[in-house]
Design a binder for this molecule. Structure first.
Ligand SMILES: CC(C)(COP(=O)(O)OP(=O)(O)OC[C@H]1O[C@@H](n2cnc3c(N)ncnc32)[C@H](O)[C@@H]1OP(=O)(O)O)[C@@H](O)C(=O)NCCC(=O)NCCS
Length: 234
């Protein structure tokens, strides 16, 4: 039975670090972040106090990058803004109904693991789908498409609030685009998530109209607008 409670998607980093990803978390007080090399996302409680920001600074260290993901929390003035990016969060309202990709993909989907990390990092460097680190694949299942042995497309699971799995790192090498690889990978992952009784969701930058068109064609709809934010600790 799919989870109908989508309120956990309002703070997906905290919901993941406090639950499914607890084994990959570092904590101090009520602040938390991911282990180095897994992800840079950090969280403080909703409506944080001075002590919570001090705890996060203690966790990350001085002059360190604090990736607050989509949290609207405003840090103390000494925290320097690094980036702000408008985006949106999408869910698939018709959950439980696998969508077949329209584009033909003549290649099989393979599971990716630790041995594939150098190729995954290379593909990410060429396509820039968003943050991806040497241990990011430990957050969930990562799938790829290989053509004559070379990894040309991938996608995987990132944040894991209770009952949900975020599909992320969706990317296709420039020379392999328009052949349905991304559609195949996203729909395969979404079908796997739904088959285990969970629901898929996604985040995308507002400017990424190509990716938004792809996700909407696969049945995803915007749940809310978000602003991604990062800061440097004092
Ligand atoms: C977005 C991306 C993953 C699509 O990969 P792909 O394998 O070419 O995608 P598909 O072939 O499955 O495309 C399926 C559909 O998506 C849409 N689409 C994909 N790229 C598009 C673009 N640049 N502009 C408009 N529509 C696009 C089209 O509707 C396409 O349908 P079509 O079959 O009629 O062409 C690829 O362009 C990419 O790697 N981009 C850079 C990384 C990135 O932005 N990732 C998404 C992060 S949220």
């Amino acid at each position: 039975m799919a989870n109908d409670d989508d309120t956990v998607l309002d703070d997906p980093v905290a919901q993941s670090l406090g639950g499914r990803h607890a084994r990959l978390a570092r904590r101090l007080g009520r602040a938390a972040t991911y282990l180095t090399g897994v992800a840079t996302f950090s969280c403080v409680p909703a409506d944080p106090g001075t002590e919570d920001w001090a705890d996060l600074a203690g966790l990350l260290g001085p002059d360190a990058f604090a990736d607050m993901f989509s949290s609207p929390a405003v840090p103390p003035p000494a925290w320097k803004p690094v980036f702000r990016l408008d985006g949106r969060q999408l869910i698939r309202p018709g959950g439980g109904r696998p969508v077949r990709p329209r584009g033909a993909s003549d290649t099989g989907v393979v599971e990716l693991g630790a041995q594939d990390v150098p190729e995954m990092l290379d593909l990410v460097a060429r396509t820039e789908p968003g943050p991806f680190w040497p241990r990011t694949h430990e957050l969930g299942t990562y799938l790829g498409v290989r053509v004559r042995g070379t990894l040309v497309a991938m996608a995987g699971e990132r944040l894991r609030p209770p009952g949900w799995a975020e599909i992320s790192a969706v990317c296709t090498a420039p020379e392999a685009r328009g052949r349905g690889h991304a559609a195949l990978l996203v729909s395969t992952l979404a079908a796997r998530v739904e088959a285990r009784g969970e629901r898929p969701f996604l985040h995308v930058a507002e400017s990424n109209t190509g990716a938004i068109a792809l996700y909407e064609r696969l049945g995803f709809r915007t749940r809310r607008q978000v602003t991604f934010q990062g800061f440097r600790t004092p």
